[in-house]
Structures are given as structure tokens and as C-alpha cells.
Design a protein around this ligand. Structure first.
Ligand SMILES: [Zn+2]
Length: 313
């Protein structure tokens, strides 16, 4: 098979991840990870994601071994033209229009400039911290600006994913409410597989962690097929917040029983953090207790939903 053909196939696989322009039935599902396409998914590689981040093992990067390029710099996330889709695995918002005006990120562990392709949600979170998951995790998926998508998938640093944990609490303050409203207005329009909306302007700064200077970072993989080991992960430790009622709305989104990949064996995963970051973990356990109760309720709701024959995927 020619390199071109392989690149085309890689592009098509990634297409499902990045594109809102074409919907096709999902070729894989979260209930049966052993049947995911892609050798890395099946056999596991040396740097598969997601992982449990053990804070005692995280390396403060005094010697700039991994975080070599100063502070993270985000450009153009304030007004981003996107289209939204329920692709059967998640709710995803993909950038539209001229690439030149898409948001970009540089700095931190990133040697290159990366352009935002899409953001999507996982509930529960995919990564965990000291064994504890958050109610939700948002992935901002970026591709190296100097590479075509097919080439980026084959490069050890072809993609950069910024990850934001989401916590849940009963009531939000005004600022949190505003952040949540930025995305929640669109979720009810994307409940069924194949649902789509376009021409949406998102202020993505509202969905970003309030502390961009404090994060975990490591070289890992995509957490969906074909699990390419091409991702520099940047996982902010300070979460954003959704209300109980907003979080419950994600339970009505038709993506199957759950949409997170199982935690992967720790292998060649060295996790770093910036020298001046202050990682704060104790509250996760308490909040997760609440989230877990809510998630159990989701399962009940989804099961009821399915037995009523209302689910469309
Ligand atoms: Zn993801």
C-alpha cells in the first residue's frame, strides 16, 4: 500500500475525530475496546492514554527536560466560529472558516505552533488524578500548524490536546454560570447521533481552566481509534464548574452508556508540571463522591431511555 494511500486512510480515521462536515455511523464503541481499529488500540504502545496521574510521581521540570518553551500562550480563543455535532461518541465543536483565524497554542512543552481543530467532552473524565476521576473532561484538539492532518497523526508531537477537568456543584456563582451557559445553550440541540448545528460563535476562554500556568503534561496518544501515539497532553489541574442540572443534561446526550476510554497501563509515561504550578488535589475526592452518585443516576436514565426505544444511535 502506498504512503499516500496510508495517509488518506489516516486522514479518514481522523476525519471522524475532527470533522463536522460528514456524518457516518460510528465504526467502534466504548463498550468493546478490544475491537477498536488500529494496532496501538489493540496491543497498546508505550505511551497510550488516558492514564491515572499520580501526583507523587509528577516531575517538577526544574531542568526544562519537557517544558522547554516558556509559558503557554493561547491566541484567538475568544470568538471562534464552530459547528457542533453529536457524532455518536461525543458532542463535538469543530472550527470553521479560514484556518488562518483559528485559535492557536504555543509554549510550555510545545516546540511548534498548534491550530485548534475541535473540542469535545467526555463524561466521566478520561484522565484521573490519584485514582479519582472528575465528572467531565473537555479536550481541545490541536494539530501542528506546519503539518497536514495525516502527517501529524504519524508524528510523535503531531497533536496537542489541552484538557480541562469539569467539576459539578449545586449552585454556580455569576462567572461560573456565564461559562456554563456558553456551551449549555447548544447541548439540547445535539442530543441524538447525527444532530448538528453550524455558524456558532463560541468564547472558548470561558471553557478554559482559570489557571493556565498549572498543568500536568506528558507524551501520550489519542484516546479513540486509532490511538495514535502523536499527542502532547496538557492537562490543567484547576477545573471549571457546571451545575448539577447542567451536568444532568449531558446524561441525555445519546452516546451509548459512557464515553471514556479505560485507563491505560503506565509504561513510558513521564508526567511533568511547570516549576511554579501549585497542584491542589484534596477536593477531588469529595466532589467525585457527588459526581459518582449522579453518574449512577445517568445509567438509570439512559437504560430507561433505551428500553423506551427512544434512542436513535
Ligand atoms: Zn477526547
Amino acid at each position: 500500500m502506498s504512503v499516500c494511500r496510508l495517509q488518506l486512510i489516516a486522514s479518514l480515521m481522523f476525519f471522524e475525530l475532527v470533522s463536522s462536515n460528514l456524518y457516518k455511523e460510528p465504526l467502534w464503541n466504548y463498550d468493546d475496546e478490544t475491537n477498536w481499529p488500529g494496532l496501538n488500540c489493540k496491543e497498546g504502545g508505550k505511551r497510550q492514554s488516558p492514564i491515572d496521574i499520580r501526583t507523587t510521581d509528577v516531575i517538577k521540570d526544574y531542568t526544562k527536560k519537557f517544558i522547554k518553551y516558556g509559558s503557554l500562550k493561547l491566541n484567538g480563543y475568544h470568538r471562534v466560529l464552530v459547528s457542533g455535532i453529536n457524532n455518536g461518541h461525543t458532542v463535538q465543536f469543530s472550527t470553521e472558516g479560514e484556518e488562518a483565524i483559528h485559535p492557536t497554542v504555543t509554549g510550555g512543552p510545545l516546540e511548534h505552533r498548534y491550530r485548534l481543530e475541535q473540542l469535545h467532552f467526555h463524561w466521566l473524565s478520561e484522565h484521573s488524578v490519584n485514582g479519582n476521576k472528575y465528572p467531565m473532561e473537555i479536550h481541545f484538539v490541536h494539530v501542528r500548524a506546519d503539518l497536514a492532518v495525516g502527517d501529524a497523526l504519524g508524528s510523535k508531537d503531531g497533536l496537542a490536546i489541552l484538557s480541562v477537568f469539569c467539576n459539578v456543584q449545586a449552585e454556580l456563582d455569576d462567572r461560573q454560570e456565564e461559562a456554563s451557559a456558553e456551551i449549555m445553550q447548544y447541548i439540547p440541540k445535539l442530543l441524538d447521533t447525527g444532530d448538528r448545528i453550524s455558524g456558532v460563535l463560541l468564547d472558548m476562554t470561558k471553557l478554559m481552566s482559570p489557571n493556565l500556568g498549572s498543568y500536568y503534561t506528558y507524551a501520550g496518544s489519542l484516546t479513540s481509534p486509532e490511538c495514535n501515539e502523536a499527542v502532547i497532553w496538557i492537562i490543567f489541574d484547576t477545573p471549571i464548574y457546571f451545575s448539577d442540572s447542567d451536568y444532568r443534561k449531558f446524561g441525555k446526550v445519546g452516546v451509548g452508556r459512557h464515553n471514556f476510554r479505560s485507563l491505560q497501563r503506565l509504561n513510558h509515561h513521564l508526567v511533568f508540571q511547570p516549576v511554579d504550578s501549585h497542584i491542589n488535589t484534596p477536593q477531588i475526592v469529595r466532589i467525585f463522591d457527588e459526581a459518582f452518585k449522579m453518574f449512577a443516576e445517568f445509567f438509570r436514565n439512559i437504560n430507561a431511555f433505551m428500553s423506551n426505544g427512544l434512542r436513535t444511535s
